[in-house]
Design a protein around this ligand. Structure first.
Ligand code: MSK
Length: 656
């Protein structure tokens, strides 16, 4: 590894390390090709930023007011206002969570408002997830007698909107409906029950402004409060609400990876997070009008490929092939075969447009929050949904017409195509296994050792996708069933771990179960918001087993955390009692061991410590919620840590 950071006790890769270690041959091929062509990507810019600021890496820089920026070090242990290390580090963490909550909140808002638009007949969309409407109505205590589906769906969406925007201290509908009773009691006693997504973002920014809260432990409590708001008002709500709009996914086989792009076809990539407009665009792409337009341009047909979480959503519902994740978005365009990328919101990096300009790829933006200079902008607004059909048609036309402009001399599509099975909704998992009782029995008798959800972004601080794939291979070898979402799922899908044949790689027990059921040992459950499918599974399995979630052999793993949104994902699981393993040190000072005072050799070390690291990794958080954070950037050691955690949980339960 090229860059060593002793203050983090970790190393970071250079380009050559990435090329050596990244598991997908297609990524290696494209990296080399773009390097030869002199096209700059995230991998080059990462090297250009080395060495990265050691204050920033440890969260020791405060930029919350115009007195600063302030950096904490031995010479200046306090910022200008008097903030110490704990306040600055914890303040940065809660602010990151607030930003993540805002992002998922905006996503949720679009989905909830679209249900209302569809229910009122303003948007030309049918509600395909009828059973989800009735289920949520019952959970929220909405009377359905004599009411039509659309009217009930509208009321459900209004309840979800309340959770997003409530300003008064009343219970959140989603939390009341879905959180385990044991947890509600814990959160009540800790005083961390939230009001709503919007309120907690406001309160967090308020608490961390100049002259705000001076008690880092109160900020830590706000972290838990906000994670619950994040979990129930945005993630859980939008995952279920998307199912109201577009139906509950069922497993289906498909092929994924860069090789799904075809040279004689129009290749359109869809990218971002919110699946609302893209569903309509897909409908238009499949229409005879657009198919004929493609033929007219000289194309044999149209290929749609998915990136990031929008890709995950379409894979889950329709088996649309996925191509890559956030750090592969420039590589995908570097195939020279992509005619257009349709992007909605979040994780669309500015570098993508720079590469798109090198290859003549059309970028079409569909969300007013995510504008890109030089892109075609055709936005979707759920409060002005009347033009949805004509706008989606226009997007499809522009994307298809871009085929003619493609510079074929620059085309180089890697061959890799990988079989994969997506569509693992909560219901699909439970039904496939034959019910919650069966899964509990498999866990109890050790056929399945535990369930771990391995999720999240890419981060150039670790070799691209290497940690995702290495960790998961070791987990399934150890008989642990894995669920996955987001960018991690693209790494695992492309590595073949989400194909039924991957059962061969699983340890005894898990292998037999997967082969009997014809399923993979790694279940791709959807996009980031669908982490709540895994959480719901954890909650319901614990209830069936008659145990608290914190006692069960479960874990949340983020090998390459990158986006601010991932903070909320991890803390949501922590709040429910599910420990985290994070693949690279978060911006928290690493408690490095030091030689003991008066020691005769460096072998005599004393444990390093600081308050924030001790809170997350030691007993601070553990005594509150029964879960802690492990950090391990080296994937084989990370897998070992996870397997040990699962083993300890099983021992405590008395399960063999
Ligand atoms: S897309 S939030 S980089 S998982 Fe959801 Fe990937 Fe992380 Fe974005």
């Amino acid at each position: 590894m090229k860059y060593y950071y002793p203050l983090l006790n970790a190393e970071m890769p250079g380009r050559e390390d990435v090329k050596e270690l990244t598991p997908n041959p297609a990524s290696k091929e494209l990296l080399e090709r773009l390097e030869q062509e002199g096209v700059e990507t995230v991998f080059d810019r990462f090297e250009a930023q080395q060495p990265q600021c050691s204050f920033g890496l440890r969260g020791l820089c405060c930029r919350n007011c115009q007195w600063g920026p302030c950096r904490i070090g031995p010479k200046s242990p306090r910022g200008i206002c008097g903030k110490d290390l704990n306040l600055i580090v914890m303040g940065n963490i809660v602010r990151a969570l607030a930003a993540g909550l805002a992002a998922h909140g905006r996503h949720a808002h679009e989905v909830y408002m679209t249900i209302i638009a569809a229910a009122e007949g303003k948007a030309n969309l049918s509600l395909k997830g009828e059973e989800r409407v009735w289920q949520l109505a019952e959970k929220f205590g909405i009377s359905t007698e004599g009411k039509e589906l659309a009217a009930v769906a509208k009321e459900v969406a209004e309840y979800l909107l309340e959770d997003l925007g409530r300003m008064t201290q009343e219970p959140m509908h989603m939390l009341e409906a879905f959180a385990p009773g044991e947890r509600k009691k814990v959160w009540q006693e800790l005083g961390v029950l939230p009001r709503s997504g919007s309120y907690e973002v406001m309160e967090t920014l308020h608490m961390t402004t100049l002259g705000g809260c001076s008690d880092w432990t109160a900020l830590a409590e706000q972290e838990l409060r906000m994670a619950l708001a994040y979990c129930y008002s945005t993630l859980y709500g939008s995952s279920l609400a998307t199912e109201i709009l577009f139906g509950i996914p069922k497993p289906k086989l498909t092929e994924v990876n860069y090789g799904v792009l075809k040279k004689d076809y129009v290749n359109i990539l869809v990218h971002g997070h919110s699946p609302v407009m893209v569903e309509k665009i897909l409908e238009k792409i499949n229409s005879p009008e657009i198919q004929q337009l493609a033929k007219k341009q000289g194309a044999k047909g149209i290929v749609v490929g998915g990136m990031c979480c929008t890709g995950d959503e379409l894979l889950a519902r329709y088996g649309i092939p996925t191509v890559t994740n956030i750090m592969g978005q420039e590589l995908a365009i570097g195939t020279g075969a992509v005619d257009a990328v349709v992007v909605d919101m979040q994780c669309v990096i500015p570098g993508m447009k720079i590469v798109a300009d090198c290859f003549g790829t059309e970028i079409i933006t569909t969300c007013n929050s995510n504008r890109i200079p030089g892109a075609v902008h055709i936005p979707f607004d759920p409060e002005k949904p009347e033009t949805l059909d004509q706008d989606a048609l226009r997007v499809a036309q522009i994307a298809v017409e871009a085929f003619k402009k493609r510079d074929r001399s620059k085309m180089n599509i890697p061959e890799e195509r990988t079989r994969a099975m997506g569509g693992w909704s909560y219901e699909a998992i439970v039904d496939t296994f034959g019910g919650l009782d069966t899964i509990v029995q498999l866990l109890k008798d050790g056929t399945i050792k535990g369930i771990v959800t391995v999720v999240g972004c890419n981060n150039p601080k670790v070799p691209y996708e290497h940690n995702h794939v290495t960790i998961v291979k070791k987990l399934i070898e150890g008989g642990i069933l894995v669920t996955t979402t987001g960018c991690c799922s693209h790494a695992l899908l492309n590595a073949g771990l989400c194909a039924p044949e991957a059962a061969e790689m699983a340890g005894e027990g898990l292998k037999e179960v997967c082969q009997k059921l014809g399923i993979p040992p790694v279940l791709a459950v959807g996009g980031c918001v669908d982490n709540t499918r895994s959480l719901r599974l954890f909650i319901d399995l614990a209830e069936k087993a008659g145990r608290a979630v914190k006692d069960m052999p479960f874990m949340f793993v983020g090998p390459e955390p990158g986006n601010e949104k991932t903070v909320g994902q991890g803390v949501s699981f922590l709040a429910h009692g599910v420990s985290n393993l994070v693949g690279f040190p978060a911006p928290i000072p690493v408690p490095l061991p030091k030689p003991k005072k008066g020691a005769r050799s460096n072998d005599e070390m004393e444990r390093g410590s600081n308050d924030i690291a001790d809170f997350f990794a030691g007993d601070g958080l553990y005594t509150k919620v029964g879960a802690r954070v492990y950090t391990e950037p080296y994937p084989t050691l990370a897998a070992q840590t996870i397997r040990m955690h699962i083993r300890r949980k099983r021992l405590n339960l008395g399960w063999k």
